[in-house]
Write a protein that binds this ligand. Structure first.
Ligand code: NAD
Ligand code: DAU
Length: 347
């Protein structure tokens, strides 16, 4: 099988690529990634020479290039992760999100459709999406697969748009698809613009921890390798034309999560208890900040047998250890442009 994975040099993509390259020697995995600021081939050093793996650098929003690539490699299945993924960046530059997340997805759908000309036996377009498309919850309730879309940020609007196009290609052209909508991921290799790695990096360097608003926003956290396991299961066992929500019943208010992170970092760095918490600084809120996300993962659990393998405390400990053991990775990605981004975002 020729399997195309887009965005495989990013955070989640690199864990998905590794899992497929290792577990499925009979598949040839093509990793297509533009290598934006978020893409990093260092994430895949351990598998880069495997015979069933090929890396291709390129833009999913470049139609001519994508059509040529599909013609050449005749991809039978696709796992589509490539995206602009950070909410704060989407607030500053929505068009970049429209281009990659909507245009890029439609260009891939078209290329897939043109290649197979409606002969879709054993073919699959698997689209990776997010729980943010459902908008914000109040203090109670969960997102299910039937929750209406109600996106609030340019990022989530662009992901919602891409989901709608995938579904529309299924309805209109019979294109075989699966969509999964996952909650907040954390773990090794996450770019330090997102809450957990940003705060780990700042604690290491004794820099302020910028908590948006009052910190009483809730997210539902899942260890990235458990997400990759869920993608493996949905890819092989999922029903065509279905959506599955992925999450681990693991809600944390930001401020509570940050305090737990501070406590674990103090232990790891052998600093006096309470040292890291002193770095917490409440800053101006994110515009349009969604109050709460929480996934009901019953469908993927009951129908496909997936459950998370780690508790949050275990996952967080592994994550902290990884960042402390991979200081060079962290230093490389936080030099150069990152400093400009940080300055602009946090002033
Ligand atoms: P990421 O930002 O770490 O990685 C995105 C990757 O896509 C990078 O390697 C980047 O180089 C690549 N890319 C960006 N634009 C491209 C383009 N035009 N052409 C080709 N490649 C391009 O993102 P992530 O956190 O790993 O998220 C991956 C996917 O999972 C995204 O679709 C995201 O919406 C979705 N998702 C993320 C989370 C999360 O918590 N991080 C949760 C649910 C769903
Ligand atoms: O829910 C899934 C989504 O989770 C994914 O689709 C996105 O790609 C991913 O980025 C993530 O979005 P969030 O906006 O929830 O993640 P982020 O890490 O940016 O923020 C988590 C929470 O922490 C959120 O309530 C905002 C807050 N925050 C974030 C940063 C970066 C802060 O308080 N301070 C910060 O500096």
């Amino acid at each position: 099988m020729n399997l195309l994975i887009t965005g495989g040099a990013g955070f989640i993509g690199s864990h998905v690529v590794r899992l497929f390259v290792k577990n499925y020697p009979n598949y040839h995995i093509y990793n297509l990634d533009l290598l934006t600021y978020a893409g990093n081939l260092e994430n895949l050093k351990d598998i880069e020479n495997q015979p069933n793996y090929t890396f291709i650098q390129g833009d999913i929003a470049n139609e001519g290039f994508i059509n040529g690539l599909f013609e050449k490699h005749k991809f039978e299945r696709i796992i589509h992760l490539a995206a602009e993924s950070h909410v704060d960046r989407s607030i500053n530059d929505p068009l970049a999100f429209v281009k990659t997340n909507i245009m890029g997805t439609v260009i891939l759908l078209n290329a897939f459709k043109m290649l197979w000309l409606d002969n879709y036996t054993d073919k699959l377009f698997y689209h990776i999406s997010t729980d943010e498309v459902y908008g914000s919850l109040g203090d109670s309730g969960f997102f299910t697969e039937d929750t209406s879309y109600d996106p609030n940020s340019p990022y989530s609007a662009s992901k919602a748009g891409s989901d709608h196009f995938v579904r529309a290609y299924g309805e209109t052209y019979g294109l075989p698809y699966i969509i999964t909508n996952c909650s907040n991921n954390y773990g090794p290799n996450q770019f330090p613009e997102k809450l957990i790695p940003l705060f780990i990096n700042n604690i290491i360097h004794n820099k302020p921890l910028p908590v948006y608003g009052d910190g009483n926003y809730t997210r539902d956290w899942l260890f990235v390798i458990d997400h990759a396991r869920a993608i493996d299961i949905a890819f092989h066992e999922g029903k065509l034309g279905e959506t599955y929500n992925i999450g681990g019943f693991n809600e944390w208010k930001n401020i509570d999560l940050v305090k737990l992170l501070c406590a674990q970092m103090d232990i790891e760095l052998q600093r006096e208890k309470g040292t890291s918490e002193k770095l917490i600084t409440f800053v101006k809120d994110r515009p349009g900040h969604d109050l709460r996300y929480a996934i009901d993962p019953s469908k993927i659990k009951n129908e496909l047998g997936w459950t998370p393998s780690l508790t949050f405390e275990e996952g967080l400990e592994k994550t902290i250890r990884w960042y402390l053991d991979n200081e060079e990775w962290l230093n490389n990605v936080t030099s150069g442009d990152y400093q400009n981004y940080y300055q602009k975002q946090y002033n």
